[in-house]
Design a protein around this ligand. Structure first.
Ligand code: AMP
Ligand code: ZN
Length: 136
């Protein structure tokens, strides 16, 4: 499955050149062109799936396995101190490229925080209702 209008399909297939740090049959891992920090990389499946809603479960599992495999050598090579693994789904959540991808963002002690959010408050009763509505 491939979408001819999708830039990540073209990057994943090699049609558009990229700074590739890993490739196998199913994935390409590239450096993000507008990195949040030094070494910011993207795990991109070669098949086109819009997002986590649509991706094949086994491919998603493999993507997370690759994140696990990559962060130790990347931490050592970059002299990083930690990693954020981040994955956005739909525009409201910050997704800008609609081909599933997982961000690997190295973090460095002493650098500015780049991922922060505020906190909403809910009463105990509201929390119970939310919990009930989400139980599977
Ligand atoms: P997201 O906002 O989660 O959809 O992330 C899309 C990411 O893709 C952003 O961090 C962009 O900087 C990155 N990006 C977009 N186009 C390219 C490209 N041609 N090569 C490398 N990274 C890209
Ligand atoms: Zn695509």
């Amino acid at each position: 499955m491939r979408d001819d209008n999708c830039i990540f399909c073209k990057i994943a297939s090699g049609e558009i050149p990229s700074n590739t740090i890993f490739e196998d049959e199913d994935f390409r891992i590239i450096l993000d062109a507008a990195p949040a920090t030094k070494g910011h990389a993207l795990i991109i499946p070669k098949e086109h799936y819009k997002d986590l809603y649509e991706i094949d479960e086994n491919v998603a599992a493999k993507a997370f396995g690759l994140a696990k495999k990559m962060i130790t050598p990347m931490t050592e090579a970059l002299g990083a101190d930690g990693f954020n693994v981040l994955q956005n789904n739909k525009e409201v959540a910050g997704q800008t490229v609609f081909h599933f991808h997982m961000h690997l963002i190295p973090r460095y002690e002493g650098k500015d925080k780049i991922l922060t959010w505020g906190h909403e408050e809910f009463s105990d009763e509201e929390m119970k209702k939310i919990c009930e509505s989400l139980k599977q």
